[in-house]
Design a protein around this ligand. Structure first.
Ligand code: KIV
Length: 290
């Protein structure tokens, strides 16, 4: 996809705002899978801030405000203590920073599992406070009733099956799913349940490749893979993982950059300049008019 944004240079500071371009909608995303095939794979990345959203927007079909922000932004040990307030604040920032991508916001742990009614209250708050187009929630067959409840009430839902990080304690870790026959069958049953319940798309995370392919082929909604298969209908990664922000990442991450090294080098150079008083220099200073 080419970048067609025109930069509005009147905008202050370093955040030129691209001119509005039509935002992708849920039906448009869903129709990218036609007769069981997706010619043009869907591109999704996570974003948690307005500036990151601005930079990613033209290159993505969807931006996911993932609850991975718990670890990436807040330094939490897992996603379990992420709150609705966090998701609403970051979701609103990402919607403000984007014009083109469909924005999906994760429902945090504890905000939807109790009942479809609880899920509706949380999802409607997320949608009204952020302006996002859809929410994502984890779980397959057990969440089918909730997905149907939300979808029938105007809340587009993206499912999330396979390795579901909010269930880390029950799963016993973040290992790939599908190594036993029971898990294999559960993943396929979850995919079918999520699709039948009315989700417009789903994420399949950390599943053995043949199962990911079978799940993708078994449903008529897009399956977005992460640690799944290139034959899914699209892919998602945590942007900071993709940029090389962390030393340790899951096997399924491909690093496209080494941003942590660049940040460290810049910080080291800045510290040196401050200490030897070469910053600020003449270009950064204001002098009285002559
Ligand atoms: O929270 C998140 O970022 C996610 C993606 C990894 C799919 O759920």
């Amino acid at each position: 996809m080419s970048t067609t944004f025109k930069l509005d240079t009147s905008t202050s500071r370093a955040n030129p705002t691209p001119q509005p371009r039509k935002r992708l909608t849920v039906p448009v995303i869903q129709r990218r899978k036609f007769e069981g095939k997706t010619e043009d794979p869907l591109v999704m990345l996570t974003a948690y801030t307005a500036r990151t959203a601005q930079l990613l927007d033209a290159h993505c079909d969807m931006l996911l405000v993932g609850d991975s922000l718990g670890q990436v932004i807040y330094g939490l040990p897992s996603t379990l203590s992420v709150t609705l307030d966090m998701m609403c604040n970051h979701g609103a920032a990402v919607v403000r920073g984007s014009y083109h991508s469909l924005v999906v916001v994760d429902m945090p742990f504890g905000s939807y599992e109790q009942s479809p009614q609880q899920a509706f209250e949380s999802a409607s708050r997320i949608m009204s406070e952020t302006g996002c187009a859809a929410v994502k929630l984890e779980g397959g067959q057990t969440m089918a009733e909730t997905i149907a409840f939300l979808s029938q009430r105007g809340i587009p839902v993206m499912g999330h099956i396979g390795l579901t990080p909010q269930a880390v304690n029950a799963l016993g870790g973040y290992a790939a799913r599908g190594r036993s026959q029971e898990e294999h069958e559960k993943i396929l049953a979850d995919a079918k349940a999520v699709a039948d319940a009315g989700a417009f798309a789903m994420v399949a995370e950390g599943v053995l490749e043949p199962i990911a392919i079978a799940a993708t082929q078994s449903v008529d909604i897009p399956v977005i893979g992460i640690g799944a298969s290139a034959r899914c209908d699209g892919q998602v990664l945590v942007t900071e993982d993709m940029l090389g922000m962390f030393e340790r990442t899951a096997r399924f991450v491909k690093r496209y950059h080494n941003i942590s090294q660049q940040i460290e080098q810049a910080a080291e150079k800045y510290a040196g300049d401050v200490r030897d008083r070469s910053f600020p220099g003449p270009d950064q200073l204001y002098q009285p008019k002559k």
